[in-house]
Design a protein around this ligand. Structure first.
Ligand code: SF4
Length: 497
């Protein structure tokens, strides 16, 4: 057809995104990636080329290794980017899940820093939000921490009952024996106790049912307790559930609930910091609530860029005392809403709780409150409590002097005796500090921007890129997938400008 066939380069227009991707990834230092190759990199495919192909595939919503394999054979943009190399799906998969392990985030950060230098984003002024992405795991293969706890308690109780029976039967023999507690049990303790009971009851007339129970316990309980221990190790006191097909995935409520039945699905809580709709930082978490994710998310930012952000804007899901304290200690301006912030901003026509403690007058100098009847509520003591994340909160307690016969009593409180309130002064101070920032001119601008900064990032990834479920399994691999998505998101946005 043609005397001289055109080169691939001629066929790709000058400003095509594929050229920008090529140019940006050419500037990245891939030294950490090369170190992931044993013996210093003797692969037949160059890691830089493989990275370009993968990122470009993710930009084009191609996530399957087989589809990427086809693209490098059939699509001229992929062929140009791959320099006519044709890695097969196994090579692509191995590169994605093994070679990029532990290094992709560094490569991602280099791209972010490049965009920062070019003025497209700002790594100091960030907006953080989270979304849940379904894991590649069966939604019916769940393991619940609570069920394990209940089973352990049942075994403890039954063991105690058998022990009590044994004590009854061999009263004299066990007279000097120290009492045993079965509150904390493990397979070894249970096996030893059953052997001991069998030994004591050996020559004695024993109830048939107890004998059967003992035989069952000997055969099953130690093994079961070993299994429970393994489950507890996976849960690591961090979460209440996991999926057997992806043990790192936790059951959580997803935003996308097509069946509208509130079914929990295995997934990951993905936290993203953005700036000008570019992703600046990402972390994946097993716990479904956003509150607990912030400290490690900010730490990841610090490690990536060797600096902490100067300001952070989030929604009310992050407004806890530990988060405020952490941000204050790091000197980060916290435009972080707390639970009641939005409600407080609205003019309340029919206030349902006119006597709630936040509406009481507080005299800071003399440390007392004034109740709705004008009575003094004196400070009567303090108490400490721990949050789920292990943070210690200090509460001050105040009490009214005499509520008896008060005409406002039915509306004021329902407790017996005089009204008591518990106040966390540190949290109140931090909330006031956050409020001051949030209602300032800069705060209003940031609150308006938050809605159009991080949320469009999730919308783009979930709806335009169609990425609603991970393809790989396990936190390490899933993190790589999200890293590629984040890099693709940033470069696509960069190429579109
Ligand atoms: S019930 Fe007690 S605390 Fe409430 S208004 Fe009356 S006196 Fe004050």
């Amino acid at each position: 057809m043609m005397l001289l066939p055109p080169s691939l380069d001629e066929l790709i227009i000058e400003n095509h995104p594929v050229r920008i991707i090529n140019q940006v990834i050419d500037q990245i230092n891939i030294e950490p990636l090369i170190k992931n190759y044993k013996g210093g990199g003797t692969s037949s495919f160059h890691p830089r080329m493989m990275l370009k192909v993968l990122v470009y595939a993710y930009i084009n919503n191609v996530y399957s290794s087989r589809k990427i394999e086809s693209a490098v054979k059939e699509n001229i943009h992929f062929m140009w980017l791959a320099g006519m190399n044709r890695p097969d799906h196994n090579t692509i998969n191995r590169f994605r899940s093994e070679r990029l392990k532990d290094v992709l985030k560094q490569l991602f950060a280099q791209v972010v820093l490049m965009l920062n230098q070019e003025g497209f984003l700002d790594i100091k002024d960030i907006y953080t939000d989270g979304t849940k992405i379904e894991a590649n795991a069966n939604k019916y293969t769940f393991v619940w921490g609570k069920a394990i706890q209940t089973s352990k308690e049942r075994i403890s109780k039954q063991l105690q009952e058998i022990w009590d029976y044994t004590q009854e039967v061999a009263k004299e023999e066990l007279l000097d024996k120290e009492p045993i507690s079965f509150e904390q049990i493990d397979s070894q303790k249970v096996a030893q106790t059953i052997d001991q009971i069998n030994e004591i009851l050996k020559d004695k007339p024993v109830d048939k049912k107890v004998k059967q129970k003992l035989n069952y316990a000997k055969r099953n309980w130690p093994e079961k307790l070993d299994q429970y221990e393994q489950v507890e190790q996976v849960l690591n006191n961090e979460r209440n559930s996991y999926s057997k097909t992806d043990k790192d995935a936790t059951f959580m409520r997803m935003k996308e609930d097509h069946m509208r039945n509130g079914q929990l699905k295995p997934g990951y809580n993905v936290q993203v910091s953005s700036s000008n709709q570019y992703i600046v930082n990402y972390t994946l978490h097993p716990n479904p609530t956003d509150t607990k994710t912030l400290p490690s998310h900010i730490l990841a930012h610090q490690e990536l860029y060797n600096q902490i952000p100067s300001s952070l804007t989030t929604d009310a899901g992050y407004g806890s005392e530990e988060n405020y304290v952490m941000l204050e200690n790091k000197n980060i301006e916290a435009y972080v809403k707390y639970n009641m912030f939005d409600k407080q901003q609205r003019t309340i026509k029919n206030d349902k709780y006119p006597f709630s403690k936040d509406k009481l007058y507080y005299n800071q100098d003399e440390d007392y409150y004034i109740c709705p009847m004008g009575q003094k509520m004196e400070f009567i003591g303090e108490k400490k409590q721990k949050t789920e994340a292990g943070f210690t909160q200090q509460l001050s307690i105040y009490q009214a002097t005499n509520c008896e016969g008060c005409p406002l009593r039915s509306q004021c409180h329902k407790a017996k005796g005089n009204r008591r309130i518990e106040v966390n002064h540190n949290l109140e101070r931090l909330k006031q500090k956050a409020k001051k920032l949030l209602i300032s001119e800069a705060g209003i601008a940031k609150r308006q921007k938050r809605v159009v900064d991080t949320e469009p990032v999730f919308a783009n990834i979930k709806h335009n890129k169609g990425f609603r479920r991970f393809m790989l399994r396990g936190k390490n691999k899933v993190e790589i997938e999200w890293g590629l998505i984040a890099m693709a998101h940033n470069l696509k946005k960069r190429a579109a400008i």
